[in-house]
Design a binder for this molecule. Structure first.
Ligand SMILES: *Cc1c(COP(=O)(O)O)cnc(C)c1O
Length: 395
């Protein structure tokens, strides 16, 4: 018996990613596949690089999407910059800082951990102290937008501190790119990686990266060979750069790159600053509704990400059952807690194309209905009223 075609159900994705993909992006993916060295394709690759520079606010020559998800961008930065014995200050305030540590260890580096409470930003003073105590450190690595907790760290300040101590920075911007202010050149960030599936409204599977001239010099000065063949930037760039002449390194995910191209066109059309404002605006409306439901945010207001809302689960609530019902009855996905926050929080994403008035109202209405039906002390209608008040005010 033959297996039938797969038709996914139509969900609304409001978790930590993947987020809802724009139909324009999905449409772009269905265009004819080209050879990966076809001049028409190479021209499109150049446009992707130019538009990524716009998104990252950088003029870095070495800016391109790694052909694999965000985690591969992380590996690219670490494997190219960390040599055996390199000391790296790794800031951890959630799940992804822990993965940075794992990267450093696997490439033979020596991680020095700077730990902060989950749900808080990275404490710059602790980073300063760690650098003073470890003058031989060469790199400071941190997550700009910690998706596991919803905390935003001060990337500009952390980079300033790192440079004062003669260190490069490796910065995770998987969830921040296209969602909150990010200025790679102005903030002097060195090795920066992101993802397509969070605030760029694109499908998963690519990892935009950008490296400063300082980072490139550090890679050129390496003594030890780069431990990964696939992620070795000097090899990858023979395919992604070079005037006119490109040589085969791997087969690019051609149609996924059409998707990223379209997503970046949409970002340019809207304008980067407007995108940041849109995320903040819809977060305010969601917050008003969440608070009207009597629920609390994990992260203090000044350190909070608009695009990832971590909400404490009240005692006695069967959190998995609520998520299962949202999926079944509303076709709505919200995120569970990750790592140390498993079972303690829900994570509601307002990312990219999915960050809109309809989704805010839909999510609040669904959550209110499901919670009220489990007997939670909720007055129906209040969450939507609170969100509507923000939308009516327009701020
Ligand atoms: C999602 C995410 C990643 C990993 O990206 P994948 O596309 O899942 O590999 C890394 N860092 C942060 C902060 C993320 O949110």
């Amino acid at each position: 018996m033959a297996t039938g075609s797969f038709y996914p159900p139509q969900r609304t994705l409001m978790g930590p990613g993947p987020s809802d993909v724009s139909p324009r992006v999905l449409g772009a993916m269905a265009r004819p596949t080209l050879g990966h060295l076809d001049p028409a394709f190479v021209g499109m690759m150049d446009e992707v690089k130019t538009m990524l520079r716009y998104a990252f606010r950088t003029t870095n020559q070495l800016t391109f999407p790694v052909s694999a998800p965000g985690s591969a961008g992380m590996e690219t930065c670490f494997v190219n910059l960390v040599e055996p014995g390199t000391k790296v200050i790794v800031c951890q305030n959630g799940v992804f800082g822990g993965r940075m540590k794992e990267n450093v260890l696997r490439y033979g580096g020596v991680p020095v951990m700077v730990e902060d409470t989950w749900g808080r930003a990275v404490d710059p003073q602790k980073v300063e102290d760690a650098l003073k105590a470890n003058p031989e450190a060469r790199i400071v690595a941190f997550v700009h937008a910690e998706t596991s907790t919803g905390a935003l760290s001060d990337a500009r300040l952390l980079a300033q501190i790192a440079h004062r101590h003669n260190c490069l920075t490796i910065v995770d911007t998987v969830t921040s790119l296209g969602g909150v202010e990010l200025k790679v050149d102005e903030w002097q960030l060195d090795a920066v990686y992101s993802g397509t599936q969070k605030c760029l409204s694109c499908v998963p599977g690519l990892s935009p990266v950008t490296l400063s001239a300082r980072a490139c010099d550090a890679i050129s000065a390496r003594k030890a060979r780069i431990q990964s063949w696939f992620l070795d930037l000097s090899l990858v760039m023979a395919y992604w750069a070079g005037d006119g002449k490109r040589s085969y390194h791997h087969t690019a995910p051609v149609n996924t790159l059409y998707a990223l191209h379209e997503a970046l066109v949409m970002l340019e059309e809207e304008g980067l600053e407007k995108t940041w404002t849109r995320h903040a605006y819809h977060h305010h409306a969601l917050r008003a509704g969440i608070e009207a439901l009597g629920l609390e945010f994990v992260v203090p207001e000044t350190e909070r990400l608009p695009q990832l809302n971590a909400i404490r689960i009240a005692p006695g609530v069967d959190e998995a059952n609520v998520r299962a019902r949202l999926l079944k009855e509303y076709q709505l996905e919200i995120g569970a807690g990750l790592g140390a926050m498993a079972g303690k929080v829900w994570r509601i994403g307002l990312m990219g194309y999915g960050c809109n008035e309809r989704n805010v109202l839909y999510c609040l209405g669904a959550l209110e209905d499901v919670l009220a039906s489990t007997g939670a002390p909720i007055q129906r209608g209040r969450a939507l009223d609170a969100a509507h008040a923000v939308f009516t005010r327009g701020s």
